[in-house]
Design a protein around this ligand. Structure first.
Ligand code: GTP
Ligand code: MG
Length: 234
């Protein structure tokens, strides 16, 4: 099993060094690919320096900020070409604890998709305001409602592991969502295409360093275009 952790970055210089170190502490056998969109804060150069001194750490620089979804698609395609068969999405901002990777890797041996979930028993968020919690819970409930309550409780979360088989079934290059909708679309398509999916509880920790890239456009894309996603499958 060749595992690739894909981390999109935009201005994550304080976080990325800590994250790479803690992923490699979990296992030296894991490969890490950072996709940076020419962050003004020097994230690319920082990771480039690490990659030159560390085997299994790779970095791709794109010319401009093109969104989380296209960064992941770039990462998946790179990994497929290099012969990886397990792919893990992870945020750079230390919200996703690498300690969960062990359990995810264990589970991916018998499932197509493993979702790090804030919304199953034992899962939670730490450090979020009441407002952010309400928005997130509302977003999850709203998307599940529109999509007919698929048995996935964290549709928007970004800590997910996929087998190559799942990526092929989803046909990732047909995905054109940009923000949170990307995560919803991937999971919903996996479910509709008969992938075996499991959610494991995680504690999501709010970012300490750097700024959130979440904005109203990302939110509204999910809010409105989810109707199209539903229509395409019914
Ligand atoms: N390459 C690339 N990475 C991005 C882009 N937008 C966001 N990211 C990265 O995607 C990950 C998730 O973005 P966040 O800003 O943490 O979004 P979020 O987790 O919904 O928001 P917070 O919880 O407030 O941090 C982080 O690692 C970001 O650096 C982008 O346009 N290009
Ligand atoms: Mg974040």
């Amino acid at each position: 099993m060749k595992v690739l952790i894909i981390i999109p970055t935009y201005n994550e210089v304080e976080n990325i060094q800590i994250l790479i170190k803690s992923i490699l502490n979990v296992s030296k056998d894991l490969s890490i690919l950072v996709i940076d969109d020419n962050s003004p804060d020097n994230t690319y150069q920082t990771v480039k320096n690490i990659s030159e001194m560390t085997s299994n750490v790779y970095v791709i620089k794109r010319n401009s900020k093109q969104g989380l979804a296209s960064a992941y698609l770039c990462g998946f395609n790179w990994g497929i070409q290099k012969g990886y068969d397990i792919f893990c999405e992870m945020d750079a901002d230390l919200s996703h604890n690498p300690e969960y990777l062990k359990e995810m890797i264990e589970k991916i041996k018998t499932y197509d998709v493993v979702i790090g979930s804030r919304n199953v028993k034992g899962g939670k968020t730490k450090g979020w305001s009441l407002f952010r919690n309400v928005i997130s819970k509302f977003g999850s409930l709203y998307s599940r409602f529109i999509l007919g309550f698929p048995p996935i409780y964290d549709l928007t979360g970004g800590y997910n592991m996929w087998t190559i088989n799942a990526l092929n079934k989803i046909n990732i290059n047909s995905i054109n969502a940009k923000g949170y909708l990307f995560q919803i679309e991937m999971k919903y398509k996996a479910f509709k295409n008969g992938c075996k999916i499991i959610e494991i509880p995680i504690t999501f920790i709010d970012r300490k360093y750097g700024k959130s890239k979440m904005d109203l456009n990302i939110f509204m894309e999910a809010f409105i275009k989810i109707w199209k996603l539903r229509k395409n499958f019914n």
